[in-house]
Design a protein around this ligand. Structure first.
Ligand SMILES: NC(=O)c1ccc[n+]([C@@H]2O[C@H](COP(=O)([O-])OP(=O)(O)OC[C@H]3O[C@@H](n4cnc5c(N)ncnc54)[C@H](OP(=O)(O)O)[C@@H]3O)[C@@H](O)[C@H]2O)c1
Length: 216
C-alpha cells in the first residue's frame, strides 16, 4: 500500500513510517514545507535499507495514498484538515492525534475537546472521509527502535468497519503488535486520554510504556 503521513516529519510519523516501510509499504512524508517533507523521506531511507520513501507538501503526499496517517499536534488538526479538504474525500484516514498539553508541575494533561475526541471532531469535519483512530498509545521512541518488537496492543476506533480492518491489518504487521477493534468513535476519547497517563508513567519510571489488554 501507499501510506501518507500528514505532519510526518515529527517523531511519531517518522516512527510509524519506518515500521511500515520495513514491512514493505511505500511511505510518503508530508509537511507544511516541501523541503522538510523531503528531509523526512531521507531519514526513512537511511533507517530502512531499500525503503520506498518520498516526501513533499502535505497536500501532495495525500493525493495518491491508500491510507493517510494524521500525525500532527491536536492544535493543528482543524486547520490542517480544512486545508486538505476534498483531497481526503473517500480516503481511509488514521488519526494518531492525542489532545494534550504539558503543565508545569503536573506533566501531560489530557484535553477536554469540544467534539468529545479528536477522532469525532475529524469525522464531523470530513464526512466524506473514512476516518478511524489508532496508535495514540504507541511511543515514537519505541517505533524508531526498528531492531526490536513492540509488545503492545493498538486500539482502533471508528464507525467504518472496513477502514478499521485495514488499519488493524497494518498494526499487525509491526512485530509484536496486535491491532484490536475497540469500537465506535466515542471510544476514541478513552484511548486518546490514555496517552497522557502513559507519558507521565514514562517520566516517573524512566521507561517507554504502552498498553496490552488482557482477556481478549
Ligand atoms: N511522540 C510520541 O511519542 C507520540 C505517541 C503517541 C501519539 N502521539 C501523537 O501523534 C501526533 C504527532 O506526534 P509528534 O510527537 O510527532 O508531534 P510533533 O513533533 O509535535 O509534530 C509533528 C509534525 O506536525 C507538524 N506540525 C506541528 N504543528 C503543526 C500545526 N499547528 N499544524 C499542522 N502541522 C503541524 C510539524 O511538521 P512540519 O513543520 O514539517 O509541517 C511536526 O514535525 C500528536 O498528536 C501526538 O499527540 C505522539
Amino acid at each position: 500500500m501507499k501510506l501518507a503521513f500528514v505532519g510526518g516529519t515529527g517523531p511519531e510519523g517518522l516512527g510509524l513510517a519506518m515500521r511500515f516501510a520495513k514491512a514493505g509499504h511505500e511511505v510518503a512524508i508530508g509537511s507544511r514545507s516541501k523541503e522538510r517533507g523531503d528531509e523526512g523521506a531521507q531519514k526513512i531511507a537511511e533507517a530502512v535499507p531499500g525503503a520506498k520513501a518520498s516526501g513533499g507538501a502535505n497536500a501532495d503526499v495525500v493525493a495518491d495514498a491508500d491510507v493517510v496517517f494524521l500525525t500532527f499536534p491536536y492544535s493543528g488538526q482543524q486547520a490542517t484538515l480544512e486545508a486538505l479538504g476534498p483531497a481526503l474525500d473517500g480516503k481511509i484516514l488514521c488519526n494518531v492525534v492525542a489532545p494534550l498539553e504539558f503543565q508545569q508541575g503536573v506533566g501531560a494533561v489530557a484535553l477536554d475537546v469540544p467534539g468529545n475526541s479528536a477522532l469525532q471532531e475529524a469525522i464531523a469535519q470530513l464526512p466524506k472521509a473514512r476516518v478511524v483512530s489508532a496508535f495514540q498509545n504507541m511511543s515514537a521512541e519505541e517505533l524508531q527502535h526498528l531492531d526490536r518488537p513492540i509488545e503492545a496492543d493498538v486500539l482502533v476506533c471508528g464507525r467504518d468497519a472496513e477502514a478499521k480492518q485495514v488499519v488493524i491489518g497494518l498494526a499487525n504487521q509491526i512485530a509484536g503488535v496486535r491491532g484490536i477493534d475497540a469500537g465506535g468513535p466515542s471510544q476514541s476519547r478513552y484511548v486518546e486520554m490514555m496517552t497522557s497517563l502513559l507519558i507521565n508513567l514514562n517520566r516517573k519510571h524512566k521507561t517507554q510504556s504502552t498498553i496490552r489488554i488482557v482477556g481478549l
